[in-house]
Design a protein around this ligand. Structure first.
Ligand SMILES: [Zn+2]
Length: 291
């Protein structure tokens, strides 16, 4: 089975041009020590040049902030669009009832979440086929949290890549068809170096497998509803786990976010992609593919 290169080629949304925001009009107030500009006509060209440079810098910053897919580690989506991605990690076998309740919440409120299961938890066993199909049928998305909950830097390169292969293989087997996983959340959200790989080697291994990004988050509040509502903003990626406490928190949070006119979407929707591709042969692990 070949690698997963080119997964970002199917981005459906056109890139949007954001003009440099208009500079707010400054109140011309006389302050102590203020010297009217007209007293220094020779400095006007220099000041205009400085202003032009400032405007260019402003546009450069705005452009830099425009592309939420620019960094390797994604912390959030577009800050100008009121879309939010709720993500749910780990998905232990013992928590399958809460995965199902999360899917029920999605149906009840017509919202979506993205799940990041770890294979070794057992939740991707074939006996949970109906559960994961219901997750997809409710409009949600499935990413991966690798096969084991190990810090990536403490794995060998082959172990890291093989873990991602194992995850794809397990999901395909569970669903009974190929579902091209688009998003990877590293265990602990970490791509730091460890006992076996440097940070750069971790990034190289993840990219060699075919993920151009890893998914982090910018909000992980699961206790204080007011704080969560204060922290969440356009483009936010919210971190939750498949467990009772988080599902009950989401039950309170989701209607509040909808009241604030946020759209709760999958990771793919947040970044302008169509849903992951499905069909074709089941992914089969091979330790020779990435040697
Ligand atoms: Zn985790």
């Amino acid at each position: 089975m070949p690698g997963k290169g080119g997964i970002l080629d199917i981005r459906s949304a056109e890139s949007i041009e954001y003009p440099c925001p208009p500079r707010p009009g400054r109140q011309h107030t006389e302050k102590k020590g203020f010297i009217p500009m007209k007293l220094f006509p020779k400095k006007i060209p220099a000041l205009l040049a400085a202003l032009a440079l400032l405007a260019a810098a402003c546009c450069a910053v705005a452009e830099e902030a425009e592309d939420p897919l620019a960094p390797f580690v994604l912390h959030h989506g577009d800050r100008t669009v009121p879309k939010i991605a709720i993500t749910v990690d780990d998905c232990y076998e013992s928590a399958t009832e809460w995965i199902l309740k999360d899917a029920e919440l999605c149906r009840r409120y017509d919202v979506a979440m993205t799940f990041f299961p770890v294979v070794y938890t057992g939740c991707l066993d074939e006996k949970y086929r109906d559960l994961w199909q219901e997750v997809l049928d409710s409009g949600c998305e499935i990413g991966t949290h690798s096969n084991r909950h190990l810090k990536l830097g403490n794995r060998s390169r082959i172990g890291l890549i093989g873990g991602l292969e194992r995850a794809q293989e397990a999901l395909d087997r569970t669903l009974g068809y190929h579902y091209e996983i688009r998003w990877f959340r590293p265990p602990y959200g970490s791509i730091d170096g460890g006992s076996k790989l440097t940070k750069q080697q971790v990034i190289d291994a993840v990219q060699t497998y075919g993920f151009d990004h890893v998914v982090h988050w910018d909000v992980s509040e699961t206790i204080d509803l007011e704080k969560a509502l204060k922290d969440i903003q356009n483009g936010s990626i919210l971190l939750f786990h498949a467990k009772k406490k988080d599902t009950l928190f989401l039950e309170k949070l989701i209607p509040e976010l909808l009241d604030r006119d946020f759209e709760l979407v999958t990771m793919s929707e947040l970044f302008g992609f169509d849903p992951p591709e499905t069909g074709g042969e089941l992914y089969i692990y091979s330790d020779e593919v990435f040697q």
